[in-house]
Design a binder for this molecule. Structure first.
Ligand SMILES: [Zn+2]
Length: 333
């Protein structure tokens, strides 16, 4: 029996991320799962020396690198048809075949369109990501898009036949043409199996959904995401040598080190505050009040961006995550 990836939506808003508390307060606009929005137009940005960024359409930013003998792609769009458009754009740039596809994580909006890529392409992801996809776990999408968008698309058809050629733990370097590309499995963070794709010679990294520039980070808890792991992952990426100067998130334009440092600081401040409240035996309601978490909207299909402070508090109190929490206790889902 086929497993379906169940979809709910989350959105990109306009509020600039200054601090997580403020972002949480500003992100109170209500979105609706049933809104019939048109996708943003597909745009191709040339990042130089054969590296491109495909923004827009439904789904995450897709990267592609034209090498000596083929094309390496990072992620797919959320639908088959959107990914087909990306493939057409790749064809405008080069006739070389797509030979490798790397997935930054298992969410539907970076995976569902993968069938648009050639069957012969080698698929690379983290071992955890493979496990999440095999389990057909729920995905809370991170776009303001209609909820029915994905039901008729590729995930349900593609997932049973999904067999990555390489599912790795830790780090892996691949040689592509004349360039070394470093893959770092840096979850659990946004999901259980996030991967950062580094181009060390360029100082560029595709970081999937480790950050959301216009909203506070979003942790897909039920598939192993872990808010404290986000701090570990971002700290590690900031410490990598040679330095990453340009970070490309899944749902925003590229950002620099200072933006990542600001997001990391906000995360640490929020978590310190939540941890203190946990140690003082405060309640979830206390946390919601302290972080101005709005009451969920009641209209059918209405939703708001999830509060990371609430996620963090639940990690501490509900033991939803495998591993150790910051107080050193074993936690399990
Ligand atoms: Zn995601």
């Amino acid at each position: 029996m086929r497993r379906k990836a169940w979809i709910a939506l989350a959105a990109l808003g306009a509020a600039a991320l200054v601090s997580l508390g403020r972002a949480a307060a500003e992100a109170q606009q209500v979105f609706n799962y049933f809104a019939k929005n048109e996708p943003p137009a597909l745009e191709i940005a040339n990042l130089g020396a054969g590296l491109y960024l495909a923004k827009g359409e439904w789904g995450v930013n897709v990267g592609f690198l034209v090498g000596d003998e083929g094309v390496l792609v990072i992620d797919s769009k959320a639908t088959y048809s959107a990914s087909k458009k990306v493939v057409r754009e790749i064809r405008r740039v080069t006739p070389k075949p797509i030979t490798k596809v790397i997935f930054t994580h298992s969410d539907s909006d970076c995976f569902n369109g993968y069938e648009a890529y050639p069957e012969a392409a080698e698929i690379i992801c983290s071992a955890k990501c493979r496990q999440e996809l095999a389990n057909g776990m729920w995905t809370l999408l991170e776009m303001n898009a209609p909820s029915g968008l994905y039901s008729s698309e590729a995930t349900a058809r593609a997932m049973p036949e999904y067999h990555p050629a390489i599912a790795f733990d830790g780090r892996m370097t691949i040689r592509f043409g004349a360039e070394d590309i470093e893959l770092i499995a840096c979850g659990p963070a946004h999901t259980g199996g996030d991967v950062a794709v580094l181009f060390p010679a360029r100082g560029v990294a595709f970081i999937g959904d480790l950050v959301f520039v216009h909203h506070e980070p979003f942790v897909q808890s039920y598939k192993g995401g872990y808010s404290f792991g986000l701090v570990t992952a971002l700290s590690m990426l900031l410490a990598v040598k040679p330095e990453i100067r340009t970070f490309i998130p899944g749902h925003a334009d590229p950002v620099g080190r200072e933006e990542i440092k600001a997001i990391l600081r906000s995360l640490e401040e929020m978590q310190a505050k939540v941890l203190a409240m946990f140690n003082e035996k405060k309640s979830l309601e206390d946390v919601k009040a302290a972080f101005c978490v709005p009451v969920p909207p009641k209209g059918e299909g209405d939703w708001i961006w999830p509060s990371l402070a609430v996620t963090t508090f639940r990690e501490l109190t509900e033991r939803r995550i495998e591993g150790k929490n910051p107080t050193g206790e074993e936690v399990r889902r």
